[in-house]
Design a protein around this ligand. Sequence first.
Ligand SMILES: [Zn+2]
Length: 228
Amino acid sequence: MSCGFTGLDGSYVLGALDPAEAREFEAHLAGCAACTAAVNELAGLPALLSLVDSDVLERPPPPLPETLLPALVAAARSAQRRRTAIVALLGAAAAALVAVVLVVGGAVGDRGAPEAGPTGGPSAAVARTMTPIGYEPVHASVGLTGVAWGTRLDLECTYESLPDPETRPGSYVLVVRTRDGHVEQVATWRALPGRTMHLTGATAATPDQIVSVEMRTRSGAPVLRLVL
Ligand SMILES: [Zn+2]
């Protein structure tokens, strides 16, 4: 059993079709038992992919001989497209994992050790309290350490317990402003009521290029500031 949409099932399940293609395919599903069955078979694929070794999927497909019939070429391209969608999905999952590891690493890392000794190395961090600007129930101090690749920012952030447990605090971003006027985001996180969090931000700018560090809400409203 075959139809003009054969091969789009995998891309559809993985969300790799553009909106117009997806609508067209969904309309087709209503009248095509073969494609409906294929989609149902693949419905669990995204969850299963997290168990697959990404090396298996990232091998490039072999080039297509030009003597193949056009229909066969189309079928093979469709398979390549599915593989590309799978690799893209794994890439996104890997990026999310890296972000989590960075935050956890910052939270549990060794807080005490500067990256160079006292003899002529980069300046060690001295945590300084940030000044409140808005009315958010949050306090923080930040230390800047000059390192070979730029500046490491060690932030200690305490969010007060909220009287109403239904109220959920929002997300924050840490930005640095440099002498040339650039504003650069160096960390984002979600506040945890009643908890003190340790986060590490990073920028390629050197400490003497940084004129201020600011903590903002996700929507950009300033909350705390440290002018250097
Ligand atoms: Zn079909």
